[in-house]
Design a protein around this ligand. Structure first.
Ligand code: C2O
Ligand code: CU
Length: 477
């Protein structure tokens, strides 16, 4: 049992500096527009983490030897190249989740970089401000690689968001919170996902790599950027005073996978399945000298099938200073955040995909990724808008479905949950199919042609083998 709940501080992943220094002979320019391309290097290597002070260390593998990896923060319109150097023992493939990367740089599962090799990934960064993340995607070992540490935040910023005067400053009032759920062996090492075919729920909740941390805050507004990077666990997050057993405090959801919502949505419970990003503004100004706990509802508030353990209802603690903020809090949450761009939709369903289990394998319309002959389940002409219907037909299991390349508009969801109010105000790249749900999503298949993956983001399911491909085709040549 982990005995240090709320006793260790929240780590904040450092922001990675680009190596544009010409002494390193790494200055790269786009030959067409003459603009500098920001060049980064990340080394995938093993490291140890002392999680249980009285036991042995856990052996992990992460980007630059930390997990989450360093955060990459780039302004919209600045292209980047990231050299991922594999100095680990296993193959890797890197996916920048949420980026419309060209197919050769999208982390195609079989496009692996072997130990001792590196690959330069090129990213356009032409999206509006949003919280992307980079993580491993190597075929059949994605769960293991991501869970042992290969995941990090990648933020695109832009001027339109800056002028809103939301709480600002990476690591100061704008805080990434990368959630994970893990399991440890008696010797303090990490229990492996290898060999699991159902799910790895985990009984130890981590935020930014630290089990159940605390974070000292000023009595003011904070922007909290949640990423659920767990292998299998979904969360139903809520805030409560540490002295209270129940009362859920209100907060504002301001952004989803694809950046700002059209307007802030007030809620008291936030559902976050795997790979989803939700950004909220929480106002601590009323709680001088108090503690606010971030908690998780049992059974994901009835919509999950996750196994719960002694402390999986706890996530982290915010300790609010009794002193007034150093600077007065002038940040605001405007009532309109942005015009979310989206083409008008029709009603025709272009594709229906069933996520199910058969003979111990997780499949999509009876196909798994290993079936290379049949795994391209859709051909989509570039530039078209399509509606896909995603059906969870696997009983009590749940599946967050990620479609590469595109932003999704959630049109409808069957079951008692419906489309969540904060889902309706923005765009997504992963959508949660909880128990028995069928969800319709619409996307504009652009800007590139090519072969892209879609899959369940329960990484155990993805590896076994709930992943397929769609081909964005060129009509006009
Ligand atoms: Cu976040 Cu295809 O993955
Ligand atoms: Cu699944």
């Amino acid at each position: 049992e982990y005995k240090f709940i709320y006793q260790k501080p929240l780590p904040i992943p450092p922001a990675l500096q680009p190596a544009t220094n010409s002494l390193m002979n790494r200055k790269v320019k786009n030959p067409i527009n003459g603009k500098d391309i920001w060049y980064y290097e990340l080394e995938i290597k093993s490291f140890t983490q002392q999680v249980y002070p009285n036991l042995g260390p856990a052996q992990l593998v992460g980007y630059d030897g930390i997990s989450p990896g360093p955060s990459i923060v780039v302004p919209r319109g600045t292209e980047s190249i990231v050299r991922f150097i594999n100095n680990a023992a296993k193959p890797n493939s890197v996916h920048l989740h949420g980026s419309p990367s060209r197919a050769p740089f999208d982390g195609w599962a079989e496009d692996t970089t072997l130990p001792g090799q590196f690959k330069d990934y090129y990213y356009p960064n032409d999206q509006s401000a949003r919280f992307l993340w980079y993580h491993d995607h190597a075929v059949a070992i994605t769960a293991e690689n991501a869970y042992f540490g290969q995941a990090g935040a990648y933020l695109i910023t832009d001027a339109a968001e800056d002028v809103l005067n939301l709480p600002k400053g990476y690591g100061v009032y704008d805080i990434p919170l990368v959630l994970a759920s893990k399991q440890y062996n008696n010797d303090g090492s990490l229990f492996s996902t290898a060999g699991e075919t159902d799910s790895l729920w985990g009984d130890v909740i981590h935020v930014n790599g630290q089990p159940w941390p605390f974070f000292n805050v000023e009595p003011r507004k904070y922007r909290l950027r949640f990423l659920n990077a767990a292998v299998s666990r979904s969360f139903a997050l809520y805030f409560a005073q540490s002295t209270s057993t129940g009362t859920k405090l209100p907060f504002k959801v301001i952004a989803s996978d694809a950046g700002l919502l059209s307007r802030p949505v007030q809620t008291s419970v936030l559902y976050a399945s795997m790979a989803e990003r939700w950004e909220v503004v929480f106002d601590f100004s009323q709680f001088k000298g108090k503690s606010i706990d971030l908690r998780n509802l049992e059974d994901v508030g009835d919509f999950g099938a996750d196994d719960d353990y002694l402390n999986t209802n706890k996530v982290m603690r915010f300790v609010v200073s009794s002193k007034s903020p150093a600077q007065p809090d002038t940040s605001v949450v405007p009532s309109a955040l942005r015009q979310v761009p989206f083409p008008a939709h029709g009603n025709a369903i272009n594709h229906h995909f069933r996520f199910h289990r058969s003979n111990g394998q997780w499949l999509i319309n009876d196909i798994g990724f290993a079936d290379a002959q049949n795994r391209v389940l859709a051909n989509v002409p570039r530039g078209t808008v399509e509606i896909w219907e995603l059906e969870n037909s696997s009983g009590g299991w749940t599946h967050p479905i990620h479609v590469h390349l595109v932003d999704l508009k959630v049109l409808s969801r069957t079951g008692k949950r419906g489309v969540m109010p904060y889902e309706a105000e923005g765009l997504k790249d992963v959508v949660w199919l909880a128990k028995g749900e069928t969800v319709r999503v619409e996307a504009h298949y652009q800007p590139w042609a090519g072969l892209y993956m879609f899959h369940c983001h329960n990484l155990i399911h993805e590896d076994h083998d709930m992943m397929a491909a769609f081909n964005v085709t060129i009509l006009d040549g």
